[in-house]
Design a protein around this ligand. Structure first.
Ligand code: ZN
Length: 355
């Protein structure tokens, strides 16, 4: 069985620029689009047209005053939002198009036009907070996308996985006291933005609906695959999401200039396969990916190609392949897995049973 995969890509996503030599550059998408437009690739995908999200949609996560402030940057040459994040004349429109592109990808999957989808959009979103931009992010695309799915389709449970190098502080805070979204993140720690300790597990009715896996510099395929299999998979199988969203950052790639992790395209493929297996078991394969970080252009192309091959079901990811990937793990990863099991195991009993 092959799957139908939708992709969001649009030249307008190249219009947002934070200036010469900024790592979150339009060239990131140029490289990805070049790979997708290759005649051997392009025929495989269904194109999903993006649209600009409305203020009403954006305000499900962001304060109206913040949205107005970003709107006021339109047409201005450069406005600094934080030391790492700035706008140009087109950034406001591009940021709305990033949110709307992801919402349209979610619609295509929810309406059964495609099985899964990848939104190749920028600016990224997972650091953006209710009333502030941060870490190259303006609007929190994935958090707004989750709210879009909750409001439009009345979904009760959405899993957001986030394998970006950095912790998605904005996404975590958006749903910290909320059971409708389970936020699971692996990230280098301690590192930017500083949040994401394993003690942060949610509050009130949202207690245990945030699961953080802070990792030391140098973690590679074995660690990520083992964590996805021993923590994410059992938690998700107990949670039974109606939809899975993924913040896919590729700054954990082994040659990324901003990161110190050692993930290879094979590792990204394995993590994708685990998420697809959960989606098959829980929600008819419904899986929508949005681009976050990743600053090594060739690494982006290779890693994303490997992710898409899984989404299209072009591969056969056997148990042996998982086991051989897991083999190179280290004692530190087993320790962090045990710490997380003792922290969230009382609630997510499936992690103790190892299901
Ligand atoms: Zn990142």
């Amino acid at each position: 069985m092959s799957r139908k995969t939708g992709i969001v890509k649009d030249a307008r996503y190249l219009q947002h620029s934070m200036g010469f030599a900024h790592p979150e550059s339009p060239e990131r998408l140029t490289a990805i689009y070049q790979m997708l437009d290759n005649p051997q690739m392009s025929w495989k995908f269904t194109t999903i047209e993006p649209r600009e999200a409305t203020h009403q949609e954006i305000e499900t996560i962001h304060a109206p005053s913040y949205v107005e402030f970003i709107a006021s940057t339109a047409g201005k040459r450069s406005v600094y939002l934080d030391p790492d994040t700035s706008t140009c004349a087109e950034s406001y429109a591009t940021a709305k198009l990033a949110v709307g592109g992801l919402c349209n990808a979610i619609d295509s999957v929810m309406e059964g036009k495609v099985n899964n989808a990848f939104a190749f959009v920028r600016p990224p979103g997972h650091h953006a907070e209710k009333d502030s931009a941060a870490g190259f992010c303006i609007f929190n695309n994935i958090a707004i996308g989750a709210m879009h799915a909750i409001c439009k389709y009345n979904l009760k449970r959405i899993l957001i996985a986030d394998w970006d190098l950095h912790h998605g502080n904005g996404t975590q805070h958006s749903f910290y006291g909320d059971q409708r979204v389970l936020y699971f993140s692996t990230h280098q720690y301690p590192y930017y933005p500083g949040t994401g300790s394993l003690q942060e597990t949610g509050r009130g009715v949202g207690e245990y609906y945030t699961v953080n896996v802070p990792l030391s510099i140098g973690a590679g395929d074995a660690s990520f695959v083992k964590i996805f299999r021993k923590i994410l998979q059992p938690v998700a199988m107990q949670y039974k999401p109606d939809l899975i969203l993924l913040s896919a950052g590729f700054d954990t790639y082994f040659q990324d200039p901003l990161g110190g992790m050692r993930v290879t395209p094979e590792g990204f493929a394995a993590m994708t396969r685990i998420l697809l297996n959960i989606a098959d078991a829980c929600c008819q394969g419904r899986f929508v990916v949005t681009l976050e970080g990743g600053y090594h252009l060739d690494g982006l192309k290779k890693s994303i190609k490997a992710v898409l091959e899984e989404m299209l079901d072009e591969t056969n990811f056997s148990e042996e392949r998982f086991s051989s990937l897991e083999k190179d793990d280290n004692e530190e990863v087993n320790q962090i897995i045990n710490k997380i099991i003792s922290r969230v195991g009382p609630y997510w009993k499936s992690v103790i049973r190892g299901e």
